[in-house]
Design a binder for this molecule. Structure first.
Ligand code: SAH
Ligand code: DHB
Ligand code: MG
Length: 222
């Protein structure tokens, strides 16, 4: 019988065997917890998945929306070549402070730029600066804005850019068309955009593990 306990036990087995790097990143979760940040970062196995996607993509420029304590940031930045660059957007100054310290501790401060402020204010500035196109864009901030984030991701992409969106399943809540939850509504509107956007070729990878049942939307720009 598949249960959340079994998902967690298998997650632990997978990480023990295939994700030895996770042990060296425990300080990120500890520092985040100590600072009172919520425990909502991707899991170690998911962080590794993001890193492998960035490697498969041979990404040199990565954009992340939603930094929290920098856990997914560090996994992604470690996929970059020495001259690669990651820009991560975070609205909460407390998260940004914790993340900056974690990024320094990871030795990634030269490669990672954290921009403090609501992503919908920073994204137009990035576009005006001529930032991008990014090779991989990870959308993991406030879910009601997911439709707008997908549009911005397209604006900052090229043919071949990979777009990943976190938390698109949420225990299956995503299929509830009558949900009043603004997170569900935002992500459902994002799915509608994704479905009718001719520039995107998309699917969803459902996930179970230490953080329950969820999923990543994966898209490639044509
Ligand atoms: N990617 C992180 C988790 C991000 S949690 C990881 O897996 O390690 C979502 C983050 O988005 C939180 O830190 C939250 O403060 C941030 N956030 C919420 N609204 C935002 C906004 N409008 N702009 C930028 N970041 C936002
Ligand atoms: C939650 C989890 C996430 O990965 C996220 O980006 C935002 C919220 C949550 O479990 O509430
Ligand atoms: Mg998330």
């Amino acid at each position: 019988m598949s249960t959340p306990e079994l998902w967690s036990a298998v997650d632990e087995y997978v990480v023990d065997h295939l994700v030895p790097e996770a042990g060296g990143l425990e300080y990120v979760e500890q520092a985040s917890h100590a600072a009172g940040l919520p425990p909502i970062a991707v899991t170690p196995a998911q962080g590794k998945l993001l890193q492998l996607l960035a490697r498969m993509q041979q990404a040199r420029a990565i954009l992340e929306l939603g930094t929290l304590g920098g856990y997914s940031t560090i996994w992604l930045a470690r996929a970059l070549p020495p001259d690669g660059r990651l820009i991560t957007l975070e609205a909460d100054p407390r998260c940004a402070e914790v993340a900056r310290a974690n990024i320094v501790r990871a030795g990634l401060q030269e490669m990672v730029e954290l921009r403090l402020g609501p992503a919908l204010e920073t994204l137009p500035k990035l576009a005006a600066e001529g930032a991008g196109p990014f090779d991989l864009i990870f959308i993991d901030a406030d879910k009601p804005n997911n439709p707008a984030y997908l549009e911005w991701a397209l604006n900052l992409s090229r043919s071949g850019t990979v777009i990943v969106v976190d938390n698109v399943v949420r225990d299956g809540k995503i299929i509830d068309a009558a949900s009043p939850d603004p997170d569900v509504k935002g992500t459902r509107r994002m799915f509608e955009l994704m479905a009718r956007e001719p520039r995107l070729n998309s699917t969803v990878l459902q996930t179970v593990g230490a953080k329950g049942y969820d999923g990543f939307a994966l898209a490639v720009v044509r």
